[in-house]
Design a protein around this ligand. Sequence first.
Ligand SMILES: C[S@@+](CC[C@H](N)C(=O)[O-])C[C@H]1O[C@@H](n2cnc3c(N)ncnc32)[C@H](O)[C@@H]1O
Length: 212
Amino acid sequence: MIADPHQDPTAFWEEFYLTKRTTSSGRATAALMRIAAGLTPGRALDLGASHGDDVIWLAQQGWQAYGCDISETAVARARARAADHGLEHHAKFERCDLSVAFPQGEFDLITALYLQSPVALARAAIIRQAAGRLRPGGHLLVLSHAAPPPWSLEATPSTIFPTMAGELAAVGVPAPGLKVIAAEIVTRPGRGPNGTEAMLEDNLVLVQRCLV
Ligand SMILES: C[S@@+](CC[C@H](N)C(=O)[O-])C[C@H]1O[C@@H](n2cnc3c(N)ncnc32)[C@H](O)[C@@H]1O
């Protein structure tokens, strides 16, 4: 993704959804499916929800799920897809610039799945805020590309790839009341635009707010 880092984030992501990512994969994130399978459904929030695949999957599992994204186009498509599944009351979406405002309320699960951007994004502050919005017993799952895929080594600025230490610092651990459940590098198969296949590395951090 080649981008001018000074470009306005709303304009950048609108153009991305209008010209580059025009359809959804329709698949939820494997790491989320694995982790949420062990949790009791409650209120969930996905930060940077894109076309809503993860929020819709959570709603299908019984969660009251909310997604927010800076792109109005992505949000409109996510709403339409939730309605197609008959889930418009359980999978809700709103347009929101998380660098400016965080959705209201507290949650049993908050996810930041590849919430990474080549343009301005107050990512660490957003993740820190998310940790503060967990209900007692609630989980925060942060998943991030740890390195660019081999097919876009030159196109992607290395600054958007966080280290594990950086992820833990963003979450704000160690902190009283927050327990680290997992902090690990996980791999998954990926396929590039020319059909090239590679194993891709992600940082996975899962924390839980302690019961009081
Ligand atoms: C790399 S994509 C990841 C999307 C999705 N979570 C996934 O796993 O495929 C980053 C997403 O974050 C959104 N985003 C970027 N900056 C944002 C901001 N300031 N506030 C809210 N969403 C933002 C983008 O529109 C995009 O959908």
